[in-house]
Design a protein around this ligand. Structure first.
Ligand code: MTE
Ligand code: HPA
Ligand code: MOS
Length: 761
């Protein structure tokens, strides 16, 4: 019986629609439960001169207030332990928690916040990468990836271009805000329900901050209403605050951020500012790249150094770069710590080279598709990354060839040019960009997973792994893998709540590899259960495993006292990475793809619409094509949001102004491409990963870059042969300003009338 490769419905599909799916705040309040919230720094940088909580303590309904003094430890951090859960004498970002408030009801929380008397001496904040560079205020060491002789390549270059790539941040905009409920148990034990991608880290940090052994804390995650990387590290803070309250008061404690606070106090995707210099031949072949990557890490390290490492290992994207000198520096600023976000630095690296390729094409007057194709990784040669990993199972040339035909690229380029010659009101652009995304955590030890498989007397099966479900469908995929391995109907398999009690020391559900790794661990368990069952079949029924009905065999195993449960383990083989030398093969394989997008811009307003997008991905042999189609579609749309309308705006004091859906524009149905083709290639050759599948969660986000490059392509029609510059996000405002600058002789940013005049004239 084969269930792998089938479009089995998402295991929460019905519950999400009916409302039966349980999120943190759907858990009914326990008797005696306290509501938890926190008072946070109103300034981006300052020294706390005094803090007076007396009046707040007297507010009716307030049960307890806590500061850093109430914690056993206050300092933690996934990579660098530089983060203080509760501010001590210095505050370093707006949103930095200072006081945890526990109360009987919400009114008391609001009143307590008002009654807190705090005196903060303002200190000079750092809000830009440039300012952090000036102060040399960096997080972690400056990293390098180097290959070949860049100086020699520049000295003999046929062409050289220099420039700067700038992109903004992005809010995760998961629909379920950060949330946790902590239940005190006997002898200082705690059970915590957390909306987290990383139950083991939540468990470990709570134990550390409260001074408990890890085994006294159980963390459970049923599901998240979206994570997108935002709950890989930063679900820890609310869970720790609820745990602190439960631990001290011995009462259940619940914290659920409201949307505005969630957007204000949590970090998001890293803004980058990358300086580049590229050498290339007259045919567009890149011969050397020097790139200095700078990210805005925010106030604490969080995962910023790992995000930078992924940016650096993705600046090649789909293209061979013989001589490379890549530098990565994380800048410390007074914004909330930036963190994992779908793509994990990969998008910021890849868009840098895609932007460079677009500029090379304009400079040489060549078609950007041809320039990209010329630079694609090869098969026998030109197939090693700047960090020396061999690109195996390379599907990029095939994807480009297929997409060129199916998207009708050549004819549409001609159509775009004709349209732009004719239209006085609108401008069109078209672009093809690629993705080659490395799958595996770029921290070697994280590439492990374990699973627990229990078979019950009626033949039904429970599976527990460290993977957390956030909508991406990992439960459904593991269900299919287990059903196939045991030769049973997937209806007989249920994925149970993720709990540190069943699966210990697990990695975050991240790096797109949860199904790969946890599915691998579940299969490992199934293989051993099956071996035992095969023996029973042979011995007691004198036939093979498949010839005995499943439930009959299960019962027999039980009667013969043969174990029907097993724990499985998986670790990714053959990967290594040396961050100091910037050399290694950090990825098990690459998920690849490409997209062609066409956009139309209103020359009077800068408003952009996506006319058509054609996506083509290699995801190997899909475990569940329907779920993967959803992942490709959703990731692409999230990528376009980052690069177009999702703009984080701050007041001069560092206060986030766009902290709700009214001021922060995520894509909606009207922002989708009018014509939208989502396809995968047939890749029967893939054997590297579990059942020949390839991870899909993050890679297609990078195809959103095709929309941005189509905008850049449109601008090239009015730039008079010069390279049009545009930063991300390309909001209507950004596009209009660039249009103005491009069209006014001499490139002045002279304002709208010139655009109107030019368009009308
Ligand atoms: N899909 C949905 N619906 N919701 C999410 O939060 N997160 C993405 C991706 N797809 C996300 C999602 C991110 S950032 C990652 S790393 C992967 O899912 C993680 O799950 P996987 O490893 O099972 O693909
Ligand atoms: N992706 C997501 N999370 C991570 C990674 C990664 O590559 N490395 C360390 N944490
Ligand atoms: Mo995804 S950014 O690895 O959680």
């Amino acid at each position: 019986m084969s269930s792998v490769g089938k479009n089995i419905p998402h295991d929460s599909a019905r519950g999400h629609v009916s409302g039966e799916s349980i999120y943190i705040d759907d858990i009914p309040p326990a008797r005696n439960e306290l509501i938890v919230d926190f008072f946070f720094s109103p300034v981006a940088h300052g020294r706390i001169r005094s803090l007076d909580l007396e009046a707040a303590r007297r507010v009716p309904g307030v049960a307890a207030l806590f500061t850093h003094k109430d914690l056993h430890h206050n300092r933690f951090g996934a990579i660098i332990q530089d983060e203080l859960l509760l501010a001590e004498d210095e505050v370093t970002f707006i949103g930095h928690p200072i006081v945890v408030i526990a109360a009987e009801h919400r009114d008391a929380i609001a009143a307590a916040k008002k009654a807190i008397v705090i005196d903060i001496e303002p200190l000079e904040p750092v809000f830009t990468i440039d300012e952090a560079k000036k102060r040399r205020d960096f997080i972690g060491p400056v990293r390098h990836i180097r290959r070949g002789d860049v100086d020699a390549a520049f000295a003999s270059a046929e062409n050289i271009l220099e420039g700067r790539w700038i992109n903004g941040g992005q809010d995760h905009f998961y629909l379920e805000s950060q949330a946790a409920i902590a239940h005190p148990g006997e002898y200082d034990q705690l059970t915590v329900h957390s909306s987290t991608q990383n139950p083991s880290e939540v468990q470990e940090v709570i134990a550390h901050l409260l001074g408990l052994p890890i085994n006294k804390v159980v963390v459970q995650t049923k599901r998240m209403g979206g994570g997108f990387g935002g709950k890989e590290c930063q679900a820890t803070h609310p869970a720790a605050m609820a745990a602190l309250v439960a631990h001290v008061t011995k009462r259940p404690a619940r914290i659920v951020y409201n949307k505005d606070d969630d957007m204000r106090v949590t970090g998001g995707r890293h803004p980058f500012q990358n300086d580049y210099k590229v050498a290339f031949r007259n045919d567009g072949t890149i011969t050397a790249l020097r790139a200095e990557l700078f990210s805005d890490g925010g106030a604490y390290a969080d995962l910023s150094t790992a995000v930078m490492a992924r940016a650096m290992t993705h600046i090649d994207n789909a293209y061979y770069i013989a001589n490379a000198d890549i530098t990565g520096t994380v800048c410390r600023t007074n914004y909330p710590p930036n963190t994992a976000f779908r793509g994990f630095g990969g998008p910021q690296g890849a868009i840098t080279i895609e932007n460079i390729l677009e500029e090379i094409a304009v400079h040489l007057g060549l078609d950007p598709f041809d320039v990209r194709k010329r630079n694609l990784y090869g098969f026998e040669d030109r197939n090693t990354t700047p960090y020396r990993q061999v690109v195996r199972n390379n599907m990029l040339p095939r994807i480009f060839d297929q997409l060129e035909k199916t998207s009708d690229y050549r004819a549409r380029v001609a159509d775009v040019a004709a349209f732009n010659r004719k239209s006085e009101t609108h401008l069109r652009g078209i672009a093809c960009t690629a993705v080659k995304f490395g799958i595996s955590f770029n921290t070697k030890f994280l590439n492990q997973a374990n699973a627990l498989v229990n078979v019950y007397l009626d033949g039904s099966v429970q599976v527990s792994t460290g993977a957390t479900e956030m909508g991406q469908g990992v439960n459904t995929k593991i269900k299919q893998l287990v059903a196939e391995e045991l030769g049973i109907d997937p209806e007989m398999v249920i994925l149970m709540i993720t709990s540190t009690e069943k699966n210990n020391n697990t990695s975050a559900t991240a790096a797109s590899s949860a199904a790969d790794m946890n599915g691998g661990a579940a299969i490992d368990a199934c293989v051993r259960i099956r071996e035992r069952m095969e023996n029973v079949a042979r011995e007691h029924f004198r036939c093979s495993f498949h010839e005995v009905p499943w439930t009959k065999l299960v019962k027999k195993c039980y009667l013969e006292r043969v174990s029907l449960g097993e724990r499985g383990f998986y670790s990714t083989k053959g990967i290594d990475w040396d961050a100091d030398s910037g050399v290694g093969s950090p990825f098990l394989y690459f998920t690849q793809g490409a997209a062609v997008s066409e956009v139309e811009i209103d020359r009077f307003t800068g408003h952009m619409t996506i006319l058509r997008s054609d996506l083509l991905m290699d995801i190997g042999k899909s475990i569940n094509p329907g779920i993967d189609r959803g992942q490709i579609t959703g990731a692409f749309v999230q990528g376009t949001g980052w690069l177009t309308n999702e703009e984080l705006r701050y007041a001069p004091g560092g206060e986030l102004l766009s902290h709700s859906p009214t001021t922060y524009k995520i894509p909606n149905i009207g922002d989708l491409p009018a014509i939208f083709h989502v396809d995968t290639i047939v890749n029967e050759e893939n054997t590297v990963n579990i059942r020949g599948s390839k991870a899909v969660g993050e890679p297609p986000l990078l195809l959103g870059i095709s929309v941005f490059m189509a905008i850049k392509n449109a601008l090239s029609y009015v730039s008079g042969g010069r390279i049009p510059k545009i930063n991300a996000p390309a909001t209507g405002e950004e596009i209009l300003m660039r249009l103005t600058a491009a069209q006014v002789p001499g490139g002045r940013t002279a304002g709208a009338p010139a655009v109107l005049g030019a368009a009308a004239g």
